[in-house]
Design a binder for this molecule. Structure first.
Ligand code: IMP
Length: 195
């Protein structure tokens, strides 16, 4: 049994699907953790470890935790760890995907180098061992939204080698090549050979 430090149903499904019946995966809600676990580090790795260690220290369970975001080369790696709250203002407005995409598209208006990548750090504390898995998908930022699926920046991100944005792909297509999918596949491989 392992805790995934998230209440995101989509992420839970993804991990449960890949692990199959081989291991039970519990959410934060399942273990009675209803607080917003601090994510104050300035790297994806730092935030993933912060969440995994919080669960281990406060609840005693083995745990996995992820942190992801979008890095745009021409913007020096922005929005990075601030991906979820990129357009948020001090009064809490603009904390949503539409505002985040609008801000990014505006900043990219006159920029021709549109290279970007999604990155996931996935921290695992299991049987007294600590492991970190990294997943990356390279691509570029489109000039306008394409597609209705997915979440976050999916409509404006096109992975290298594909003619579709993430929002135009099926969940299966996206999971097979996405940053999170790749990190999760490595973690599941590790768990399956260390059960
Ligand atoms: P999280 O750490 O996975 O919750 O991701 C933080 C933020 O990065 C999200 O709120 C999104 O804005 C962005 N993000 C992460 N993964 C994806 C993705 O697969 N598609 C689009 N946006 C993503």
């Amino acid at each position: 049994m392992i805790v995934f430090a998230t209440n995101n149903a989509h992420k839970l499904d993804e991990v449960r699907q890949i692990l199959g019946n081989s291991m039970e995966v519990l959410s934060l809600k399942d273990i009675g953790c209803n607080v917003d676990i601090p994510e104050t580090a300035d790297t994806f790795e730092g935030n993933a470890w912060q969440k995994a260690r919080y669960v281990k220290e406060h609840f005693g369970y083995d745990c996995m935790a992820d942190d992801s975001g979008l890095e745009v080369d021409a913007l020096g790696g922005e929005p990075g760890v601030r991906s979820a709250r990129y357009a948020a203002t001090a009064d809490g407005q603009g904390h949503d995907s539409e505002a985040n995409m609008d801000l990014l598209l505006t900043k990219m208006q006159n920029i021709t180098d549109r290279r970007a990548r999604f990155r996931t750090a996935l921290a695992l504390i299991y049987n007294g061992d600590e492991q970190l898995f990294n997943g990356v998908v390279e691509g570029h930022i489109l000039t306008e939204r394409h597609g209705m699926g997915g979440f976050g920046y999916d409509p404006i991100f096109q992975p290298s080698g594909y003619d579709l944005s993430f929002a135009e792909m099926t969940a299966e297509q996206k999971n097979a090549i996405s940053h999170r999918g790749r990190a999760i596949q490595q973690l599941v491989q590790y768990l399956n050979s260390n059960k």
